[in-house]
Design a protein around this ligand. Structure first.
Ligand code: PEP
Length: 257
């Protein structure tokens, strides 16, 4: 049997000054530092990474970036490379739907970024998920499978990849996907990963869910053996709510199976 350690990542998006990031991370660390049944990753904006690093680096809480450039260095004004993140973060979110939607990221750029992250021995949290039109037209599964396959092209070390299934219609809307929808898509994602790599890789790959998760619905979501954790947006900006989600996950079936 493959054991997949559950993971909860807080995506703070474009929120928090460095001072606010320190206060939020201090408060979260105070409550969840001993939650070693769950990997907890905080993903502040780039400008808060160093400040938050100073809070979390001697705790079990890990640090992640929300994006990265696929190139190691050069004339890419405003961008940040994995080399610049090395030693600072252990995780990088890649291909978040907001990056795909507003900044034109394609499956090809996602694959290049994922490769850059895993080659630097960090973990890439690769986001996939359909919009409401794809779902209404019953093309969601095909759409997500394509994102998985193309987003993993050339990624040679898949043990450093986590996939986050985040249907766009569920992000920040207050409407989470149903357990049935999440389980169906998690199974399709795992099948696609098996096709790209092999069954062992598919069995070991952590598949998270993201989209309007909170302390009230997380227990039901992570109770499913198909779900290995959550990528949390809005609720991760509330120290009490996010810490409660961590505790619920630590006590849930996800942490003990
Ligand atoms: C996200 O930003 O990845 C996300 C899932 O947001 P929310 O939890 O607010 O829906």
């Amino acid at each position: 049997m493959t054991i997949r350690k559950p993971l909860i990542a807080g995506n703070w998006k474009m929120n928090t000054t460095p001072q606010e990031g320190v206060a939020l991370s201090q408060s979260i660390c105070r409550i969840v530092d001993d939650a070693d049944e769950v990997d907890v990753v905080l993903c502040p904006p780039f400008t808060s990474l160093i400040a938050v690093y100073s809070v979390v680096h001697h705790t079990t809480v890990m640090l992640g970036a929300q994006n990265v450039n696929q190139y190691p260095n050069g004339a890419y004004t405003g961008e940040v490379s994995v080399e610049m993140l090395r030693g600072l973060v252990s995780h990088v979110i890649v291909g978040h739907s907001e990056r795909r939607q507003y900044y034109g990221e394609t499956d090809q750029t996602v694959a290049a970024k994922a490769s850059a992250v895993v080659n630097a021995e960090m973990t890439a949290i690769v986001c996939v998920g359909e919009n409401d039109v794809e779902r209404e037209r019953r093309r969601a599964e095909r759409y997500v499978r394509r994102q998985v396959r193309q987003g993993l092209t050339g990624v040679v070390n898949p043990s450093h990849v986590v996939i986050a299934y985040e249907p766009i219609w569920a992000i920040g809307t207050g409407v989470s996907a149903t357990i049935g929808q999440i389980e169906y898509m998690a199974a399709s994602i795992r099948e696609e990963v098996c096709d790209v790599y092999d069954q062992d890789v598919a069995d070991g790959m952590r598949v998270l869910y993201g989209g309007s998760t909170n302390a009230s619905n997380i227990e039901q979501i992570v109770a499913s053996p198909a779900v290995d954790g959550a990528l949390v947006g809005g609720a991760s900006l509330n120290d009490a709510e996010f810490s409660k989600m961590v505790s619920i996950m630590a006590e849930s079936g996800a942490a003990t199976r």
